[in-house]
Write a protein of this length. Structure first.
Length: 330
């Protein structure tokens, strides 16, 4: 089969489309999926750079965390799927290939209104956003949530899911254009954040009459941490999801204690299979119906053919993308 391979760590020139061995016949609870489209994530960039190795048991040189395709074969214990079913799901690595072998409980059925590209734009972004906001941060109706990097795949998913649940949603970005485009998904307020993160802390005070937001979904990292603490309401929750601005920051215990704050970190890729399965069950129950009726929808920045993998990575590297970058695997 064809697959994207990282033949040498570093720039996009280290990516090639190669012939590799196709996964074998699925056994037990495994499903072989013919991949029709896959999405790019920051994790793929970090893996390309040699900074984020794949979890044990997954290809070290084939990136890709999410996919959409058709069931090709099933293991003897699989009862939930049959050949020809349209499915999407997550995997620890190797999704940017013509075939993937995955546990049956890490798949969900693609709604009929979604094509391959739209379906591939969903799993990592919407499962992460749903799990982070509701399972972990326990966002409630009427609460206020601040989403950093609202133009990202997770960011645009989080806006829509939070608004659907009756929350007020505010967002930040480093560019006014992304904030303008994000408004259509339900932002109550937004602010451009340049080199001074205090900008969004001031905006939060204005938006909330000094009370602060209840939940912050932070896809940026260290540079925003101090301003995040300042922006939270009593018993507020920070969910740390990304570290694009760094992974180390000073921690003021007194603020955390006084406000009785909760700080949690989360990652989807490295979780045990049973944890991923639970996240997908909740996604299937709570989010897929919203995708099926159009209440929420994936946001696609651009699509590329598999052979254009270097161009796709260059698009993600540019930080100009809004929504997901998709690979079509024909």
């Amino acid at each position: 089969m064809k697959a994207v391979r990282i033949v040498r760590p570093g720039g996009v020139e280290g990516l090639e489309v190669c012939e590799v061995e196709t996964p074998g016949t699925p056994a037990a609870d495994r499903v072989l999926v013919r991949v029709r489209a896959a999405a790019l994530n920051r994790a793929d960039v970090w893996q390309r750079l040699g900074r984020y190795p794949a979890p044990p048991g997954y290809p070290t040189d084939i990136p890709g965390l999410e996919f959409a395709g058709e069931v090709e074969e099933i293991g003897a214990e699989v009862r939930s799927w049959k050949p020809g079913d349209r499915v999407f799901g997550i995997i620890g690595g190797g999704a940017q290939a013509e075939y993937v072998l995955v546990p049956a409980n890490q798949l969900s059925e693609i709604p009929g209104n979604l094509d391959w590209a739209a379906a591939a734009a969903i799993p990592e972004a919407f499962i992460t956003a749903h799990d982070t906001l509701f399972t972990q941060a326990k966002l409630q109706i009427g609460e206020a949530v601040l989403v950093h990097a609202v133009g990202s795949g997770v960011g645009t998913a989080a806006i829509q899911l939070a608004r659907t649940a009756g929350a007020k949603v505010y967002g930040t970005s480093r560019t006014a254009d992304k904030l303008e485009r994000a408004k259509q998904y339900g932002l109550n307020g937004s602010v451009v954040v340049g080199d001074n993160p205090g900008t969004f802390a001031d905006a939060v005070r204005e938006w909330t009459n000094d009370s602060g937001v209840n939940v912050i979904l932070d896809l940026v990292g260290a540079a925003y941490f101090e301003a995040n603490l300042s922006s939270l309401a009593q018993r507020g929750r920070i969910m740390l999801v990304g570290t694009t601005s760094g992974a180390k920051a000073m921690l003021d215990f007194s603020v955390i204690m006084r406000k009785r704050l909760t700080i949690k970190g989360t990652v989807l890729r490295a979780r045990a299979d049973e944890e991923k399965a639970r996240a997908i069950r909740l996604f299937t129950s709570h989010v897929v119906p919203l995708l099926a009726d159009g209440t929420v929808r994936p946001v696609i920045d651009s699509t590329y053919n598999l052979e254009e993998i270097r161009e796709a990575h260059s698009r993600l590297d540019s930080n100009e993308s809004f929504g997901k970058v998709i690979l079509l695997i024909n």
